[in-house]
Design a protein around this ligand. Structure first.
Ligand SMILES: C[S@@+](CC[C@H](N)C(=O)[O-])C[C@H]1O[C@@H](n2cnc3c(N)ncnc32)[C@H](O)[C@@H]1O
Length: 228
């Protein structure tokens, strides 16, 4: 594991020690509970709406303790869930509740099966910018034809603007200092370049329902052509 990921691993261990397996731990540590619950609900609605009718095999990359996978399991109990997670404590919780989880970085993990759903939810933001495209392409190869890649990551937003203006280090959205904020078109262009990809839904997640502002995250649902 490289230095960047080993620093991240330490900071997620500390964060888990302080906040446990909670939404605050994997969403916004400085937000009140009702706001994190609201953000959680909007992520879950997006993900559930974008799943195939009967998902069979779901790969949740940087799954945390299973915030999103648990909701998938509630609605689709027969779906097989596979997590990949850097923080051992989160990975253990995922294994206890939901299914297999590799204690590994997404850069190290090598998928040996095909999945009909692959999730990146607020994890690409921790990957070095020059490693994003190669890892998206690697996991795209593990997506079955006709499958769905679902990505939710922070894009340029008001909190980031504030952070840059004030140079405040503690406005980092989810903890850890090594975060990459995607420029508004950056993620979409990465996803467009995947072979046989079609972005079928893009949504901004903001604090005000319907308006999507101030923007916190962007969600993408990408379909892989059935014959690519
Ligand atoms: C903001 S949390 C999101 C967790 C989960 N996806 C969710 O939405 O609830 C980011 C997670 O990614 C994990 N993570 C960060 N970098 C990673 C990497 N390179 N490989 C695997 N997991 C990573 C962290 O340990 C943390 O659990």
């Amino acid at each position: 594991m490289d230095r960047r990921n080993s620093d991240l691993k330490d900071s997620w261990k500390q964060r888990h020690g302080a906040l446990g397996n909670t939404r605050r731990s994997v969403l916004y540590k400085n937000f009140p509970e009702f706001l994190n619950n609201y953000i959680h609900a909007s992520h879950v609605k997006f993900v559930l709406n974008q799943l195939p009718r009967s998902p069979r095999h779901v790969l949740d990359l940087g799954c945390g303790y299973g915030r999103i996978s648990a909701e998938i399991q509630n609605v689709h109990p027969s779906a097989k869930l596979q997590g990949v997670e850097l923080c051992d404590e989160f990975a253990e919780q995922f294994r206890r509740d939901l299914g297999d989880c590799a204690s590994a970085t997404i850069q190290e993990y090598v998928p040996t099966e095909q999945f009909d759903v692959i999730l990146f939810v607020t994890v690409l933001m921790y990957v070095a910018p020059d490693e994003v495209a190669v890892n998206l392409a690697r996991y795209w190869d593990a997506l079955a034809p006709g499958g769905r890649l679902i990505v939710i990551e922070p894009c340029d937003n008001a909190l980031i603007w504030l952070r840059k203006k004030t140079k405040a280090r503690n406005i980092s959205p989810t903890g850890g200092s090594l975060v990459h904020y995607f420029a508004s078109d950056e993620l979409g262009s990465h996803l467009d370049r995947l072979s046989g990809s079609r972005i079928i839904r893009k949504e901004n997640f903001g604090l005000f329902p319907l308006l999507g502002v101030p923007r916190l995250h962007c969600g993408f649902s990408v379909e892989k052509a059935a014959h690519s």
